[in-house]
Design a protein around this ligand. Sequence first.
Ligand code: ZN
Length: 187
Amino acid sequence: MLYSRGAKRNVQTPNPMTTRTIVIYPDPRLRAKAQPVTAYGPALQSLVKDLLETMKAANGLGLASTQIGDLHRVFVMDVSEDGSCPIAFVNPVVVSRKGQQKRQEGCLSIPGVYADVLRAAEIRVQAFDPSGQPFERTAVALEAVCIQHEIDHLDGRLFIDHLSPLKRERVLEPLRTGAPQSLFGAS
Ligand SMILES: [Zn+2]
């Protein structure tokens, strides 16, 4: 997930980094459903490291495995102002949802496209850390949105799937024509 249009933070990115190529819409790999992680070994550690470094280099708030062509249920997130609180979720499951919120979302896999999406306001999520330790987390506001956006990716769903067909056509128009989305307004 990305910050709202125009919003940026100042993150120092260390070099050299192992960044992976981000899969871009409408690549069918974004529609694949990721499978549960069963081994908490070096391959998982390396996937998490690549996700974190790729997210950071792209100035993203979150990045799911399916966005770099991997099919394990893993995503990373850092919603802090300065990119200092990275966290990895392995086999995440939302166990409760409360309320609703509408927030503008963007996606590293759908560059230049932003839209308001209606999501749960508060969620409780269960997951494992990369060493296999289970944890639970309650998230609200931007963090709750980011977690829901990333878990959607693991199920092959994109934020534009939450829009009405008409709205989706409208926000995706710039991808077809190459025109800047600002011509269409930011709502
Ligand atoms: Zn995304």
